[in-house]
Ligand binder design. Structure first.
Ligand SMILES: O=C(O)CCC(=O)C(=O)O
Ligand SMILES: [Fe+2]
Length: 395
């Protein structure tokens, strides 16, 4: 049985205001119908239950690339505390710390403080998104790389990330390895980066301020443009303010419904490549909120799990699933990597791949991207090219 999360005590620490979740939207939206994976069932003594769970996981990642994960070992109260801490960081970080810890995406990492004015170190147009991003270095240098206000709580944030990485993500990777019919620790041992609470990935405290008036018009309803995450898996805590949309199997943008306590998990590009396209790195974007949430702040906690930096990804051809069913080259990154592999051209290493995307920053309006907008089968795509790899993202 996997142990549940056991956070460090809170006594003796500064008082932290409770985060009040905004009310969920009352609008009846075109919700995407995601499958739910109950992670605790992996421990079931009944082999049929476990094999049904693997089958359901396979269906979810082949069909949607997104799923809800429940019963993963963190209680609602424990999750609430992490939202309290994220809100506390955003309310209490000093202007000096914002300056001192200002991020520099040109470095290839999003580490530190993002202001509400775009995705570069230099101030750009208002986008209303503030973030603090904790990479391995933030966990290692508790003195110099953190806002002073959050220092008393780092034991809790560290323990939380350790649990998410070493228990939740590890168990999820067991399920995904089994879906590929490989041994339980295949993805954990070969693809997941290790070291510290987040490996080469990062933990994010994001706060989306309301976007109103001219700012709203200018951004045409989009907060974060359509993209796939480059890592292995992304664990997003389901939040009451609706904004996350996925490019669904019906080839349209559909919102993800609030599921209190659940993790919304998406498959990153690394898994799409390893699985020879059997798993889908699904496109998603963050949009304006529904009209009844227009004035709500959206707090969002995310763990991005990253792959081993020096590795050049290729499909796991030892997978019996791949041997039986072959590659799936319908979409996206695997198709592009396969073209390079077939041509004998080395694909980028995982580190090169993530750093080029962060440093050249994809959050550029589609019409301003180098390749502009292309229409294929009636769908408009923004075209980009990184390190010889074409990237097409629906607008
Ligand atoms: O905040 C969210 O719901 C999603 C954010 C996201 O897609 C990302 O940061 O990659
Ligand atoms: Fe994302």
């Amino acid at each position: 049985m996997a142990a549940s999360f056991a956070p460090p005590p809170t006594d003796g620490k500064p008082a932290v205001l409770e985060w009040t979740p905004p009310e969920a939207t009352k609008l009846d939206l075109d919700w995407v119908n995601l499958h739910t994976i109950e992670l605790s069932l992996l421990d079931s003594p009944d082999p049929q239950v476990v094999s049904d769970l693997v089958q359901l996981t396979k269906t979810a990642i082949k069909e949607d690339g997104f799923l809800y994960l429940t019963n993963y070992g963190v209680s609602l109260d424990q999750m609430q505390r992490q939202f309290d801490l994220a809100q506390y960081l955003h309310r209490n970080i000093s202007e000096d710390d914002k300056e001192r810890l200002l991020w520099d995406p040109k470095s290839g990492l999003f580490a530190g403080w993002k202001r509400r004015v775009g995705w570069k170190r230099e101030a750009g147009e208002f986008d209303g998104i503030e973030q603090f991003n904790f990479y391995r270095q933030e966990f290692e240098d508790l003195e110099d790389r953190l806002p002073d206000c959050i220092k008393p709580f780092m034991d809790e944030i560290t323990a939380f990330c350790e649990y998410l990485t070493n228990s939740v993500n590890r168990r999820l990777l067991v399920l995904l390895s089994r879906a590929l019919e490989l041994h339980d620790d295949y993805l954990w041992n070969h693809v997941q980066s290790h070291g510290g609470p987040v490996g080469d990935g990062y933990f994010r405290h994001a706060l989306f301020y309301p976007l109103l008036g001219d700012d709203k018009d200018r951004r045409k309803g989009v907060r974060m443009y359509g993209h796939t995450d480059y890592g292995i898996t992304t664990l997003l805590f389901s939040v009451p303010v609706t904004a996350l949309h996925i490019w669904s199997r019906d080839k349209r943008w559909q919102p993800v419904k609030y599921n209190p306590g659940a993790l919304v998990v998406n498959i990153g590009e690394a898994l799409e490549i390893i699985s020879g396209g059997q798993f889908k790195a699904t496109l998603h974007k963050v949009t304006d909120t529904p009209t009844d949430q227009e004035h709500c702040e959206r707090l969002s906690l995310v763990l991005f799990n990253a792959s081993v930096g020096d590795m050049r990804l290729a499909p796991a051809v030892e997978s019996p699933l791949l041997q039986r069913e072959g590659f799936v080259q319908e979409q996206g990154i695997f198709k592009q990597y396969k073209r390079l592999i077939d041509a004998g051209v080395p694909v980028p290493t995982n580190r090169q791949w993530r750093e080029i995307q962060i440093s050249t920053n994809q959050q550029i309006a589609p019409e301003k991207r180098p390749g502009g907008i292309r229409e294929i089968d009636g769908v408009k795509y923004a075209a980009d090219r990184f390190l010889g790899v074409d990237v097409l993202l629906p607008v």
